[in-house]
Design a protein around this ligand. Structure first.
Ligand SMILES: NC(=O)c1ccc[n+]([C@@H]2O[C@H](COP(=O)([O-])OP(=O)(O)OC[C@H]3O[C@@H](n4cnc5c(N)ncnc54)[C@H](O)[C@@H]3O)[C@@H](O)[C@H]2O)c1
Length: 256
């Protein structure tokens, strides 16, 4: 067995939603370094285009697109555009997501629906239209971004977020089951507390969530690149016997 070849994404095309920054951008870089063409689709089109341009330095073809994953027409148009530019779509990372810290008592129905719309309906819509394309072309790999909060009632006031990420874990299993016969594998990555430009100040000394670092057995935040190896594994043939699984990457947070 040639293991380097097994992990190669040469000639494959990957879509990363919400990939303009943060964890999505880091996973996009990992796939780009493994040879994939990269499509970054994000609400923030200027940042998506910038990220796509940066990733072109790894040798693949790249494209930055505007999409709101909650908008069915935009999702359909995005998939059509990708297929017209790249012929096939082999890998999808359903990464776009939002997190609001609000107690149940204080949360408005509108805010609750907003979280569900992006984190649950967005994953549904992108999977539906990319899955149809993958089925037509003979297979692919869908990677959903869940969270360790899919499995624990995380300490902060984020019931909507935790419930939405629990749904992503179940959607991963259901989609894997529905598409198993079509050579489409569906798995999920469940990060713990990760250090991105957005979260860094919250976890810094004196920050709103500084105290949670004591609860992480490895006593630190995860770095975005620490999701990259798993993203390559799940995107590639190296994980050809893996479907319907959610992989927790949390520095041990959920073992205590
Ligand atoms: N950062 C963490 O500690 C952490 C931990 C566990 C899970 N996650 C999950 O990882 C994913 C990425 O998190 P992050 O910290 O990089 O977030 P982030 O806020 O830094 O980036 C999210 C990106 O998604 C885009 N986006 C938001 N709504 C969108 C929509 N409707 N359509 C298209 N794009 C949209 C934003 O423009 C942004 O570029 C999310 O699903 C998040 O829930 C993050």
């Amino acid at each position: 067995m040639n293991y380097q070849q097994l992990f190669s994404l040469q000639g494959k095309t990957a879509l990363i939603t919400g990939g303009a920054r943060g964890l999505g951008k880091a996973m996009a870089e990992a796939l780009a370094q493994s040879g994939a063409n990269i499509v970054i689709a994000d609400m923030e089109v200027a940042s998506a285009e910038k990220a796509a341009q940066e990733l072109a330095s790894f040798g693949g073809k790249t494209l930055g697109l505007q999409v709101d994953v909650t908008n069915e027409e935009q999702v359909k148009t995005m998939v059509e555009r990708i297929v017209s530019e790249f012929t096939e779509l082999n890998i999808v990372i359903n990464n776009a997501g939002i997190c609001q810290k609000i107690t149940v008592e204080e949360q408005s129905l509108e805010d609750w629906k907003k979280t569900m719309d992006v984190n649950v309906n967005g994953v549904f819509l992108v999977s539906k239209y990319t899955g149809k394309q993958m089925k037509a072309q003979g297979g692919g790999s869908i990677i959903n971004v869940a969270s360790m909060s899919s499995f624990i009632a995380n300490t902060e006031a984020q019931c909507a977020y935790n419930a939405s990420k629990a749904a992503v874990d179940m959607m991963t299993k259901c989609m894997a089951s529905e598409w198993a016969g079509d050579r489409i594998r569906v798995n999920a990555i469940a990060p713990g507390y990760m250090k991105t430009d957005m979260t860094k100040p919250i976890f810094a000394p004196g920050g709103e969530l500084a105290h949670v670092l004591d609860l992480v057995p490895l006593k630190r935040l995860g770095e975005p690149y620490e999701l990259g190896g798993l993203a390559i594994y799940l995107a590639s043939e190296a994980s050809s016997f893996v479907t319907g699984s959610t992989f927790i990457v949390d520095g041990g947070y959920t073992i205590w």
